[in-house]
Design a binder for this molecule. Structure first.
Ligand SMILES: NC(=O)c1ccc[n+]([C@@H]2O[C@H](COP(=O)([O-])OP(=O)(O)OC[C@H]3O[C@@H](n4cnc5c(N)ncnc54)[C@H](OP(=O)(O)O)[C@@H]3O)[C@@H](O)[C@H]2O)c1
Length: 338
């Protein structure tokens, strides 16, 4: 597994990381812990050393599973990244003095956005316990608003946690280009987490060059467009109840499917399967530190890590895929609003 610099942190991270949302069990349909642990073990054996999770994934379950997996393994061999900001705790699980979070801002599992400074400290303590570690390598704010990023107070809270030795580095996960630009303005932030995949290349124009210039670690999420680039899901596919992809509207499903057909046509028979092309495409950007494909099984991990071991996408193919995205109007449709 090839490793890359992680901005100015001094860390070396595996270029293929592991995204732990699905293994939490409340995002990508039902999962079995046995499969998840096998997937984690396969990733570890193939040299994956960057694991990205969040407290909200499975309401702590993803972090617990990762903590269980790491028990007895060399903790210093890996970079553990988690996030806070979605409050799923019931009143009996947290001190009464903490604010309840915003009832207007709920995610698909009904968790409330909460970036109250006392809550952030509480969430960090809980994540440390679940992960079974003394220190979190990268503690990220989980999609704060543009206003919060610009204010910068939360980064000051994270700096406090860093001074206390609870976290090593500071990260922010964002949705929009404006949010990403605001993050890159704050010199105290070490890493940014962004969406980048064959269907959504919006972060490649300004954000990647700027992150490289400022030496900020870049974590690429949703590299498979939440599994769409596996070609498994034509617009008629029905996702199970616990699957966040159920929320996708028919217009988006149709547009994404058309984009996939165009990508396949562009690549012709040069590379199969599309999953590989998708991951190699994201790895082709030098500013990217690690690509955290989500995986549920050992088989998916084997396929995803192969993108680092046996790259097959040529620079010409990468160029054609960028050109396709820039030129075809359909790529402006079905994107999440930003
Ligand atoms: N706001 C945020 O900060 C945020 C948001 C989203 C994600 N993330 C992070 O980024 C990570 C990656 O994003 P993601 O997991 O949402 O999306 P993704 O990596 O684009 O897609 C993951 C899904 O694709 C399918 N898949 C994976 N490998 C495959 C393979 N080889 N062949 C066929 N299907 C495969 C699996 O679902 P199926 O088998 O069910 O299709 C898997 O759950 C997450 O795990 C999480 O750590 C962060």
């Amino acid at each position: 597994m090839k490793e890359r610099r992680f901005g100015k942190t001094g860390l070396r991270v595996s270029e293929m990381g592991f995204g732990c949302w699905a293994i939490g069990g409340n995002a990508y349909g039902p999962v079995r812990d046995k499969d998840s642990l096998e997937a984690l073990a396969a990733a570890w054996d193939f040299g994956v050393n960057f694991f990205d999770t969040a407290d909200t994934y499975g309401e702590g379950h993803s972090e617990e599973l990762l903590g269980k997996f790491l028990k007895g393994r060399a903790r210093d061999r890996c970079t553990l990244a988690t996030k806070c900001g979605w409050d799923f705790y019931t009143p009996s699980q947290k001190p009464a003095s903490l604010l309840p979070g915003s009832p207007e801002k709920l995610n698909h599992t009904g968790h409330r956005k909460n970036f109250d400074t006392h809550y952030v400290r509480f969430a960090c303590e809980q994540s440390l316990k679940r992960l079974g570690t003394d220190v979190i390598d990268l503690f990220q704010l989980h999609n704060p608003s543009l206003e919060l990023i610009q204010k910068g107070d939360l980064v000051s809270v994270l700096e406090g946690l860093k001074k206390e030795g609870k976290i090593r580095f500071i990260g922010i996960s964002v949705h929009t280009e404006a949010e990403a630009l605001a993050v890159l303005e704050d010199p105290r932030v070490h890493a940014i987490q962004i969406i980048l995949n064959l269907l959504d290349q919006r972060m490649t124009t300004k954000i990647l060059p700027e992150a490289e210039k400022k030496d900020i670690g870049v974590i690429v999420r949703e590299p498979l467009a939440s599994g769409l680039l596996s070609e498994k899901y034509d617009p008629s596919h029905e996702f199970p109840k616990e699957d966040h992809r159920r929320r996708w509207v028919p217009e988006k499903r149709e547009a994404d499917w058309q984009k996939i057909q165009l990508i396949q046509k562009t690549l012709g028979s040069r590379i199969l399967p599309l999953v590989r092309a998708a991951l190699e495409f994201t790895l082709s950007f030098g500013a990217v530190s690690t690509v955290i494909a989500g995986a549920k099984t050992r088989a998916q991990v084997l396929e995803n890590t192969a993108a680092s071991f046996e790259p097959a996408l040529s620079p010409e193919d990468v160029g054609r895929l960028k050109e396709l995205y820039a030129q075809e109007e359909i790529f402006r449709k079905g994107l999440n609003p930003r």
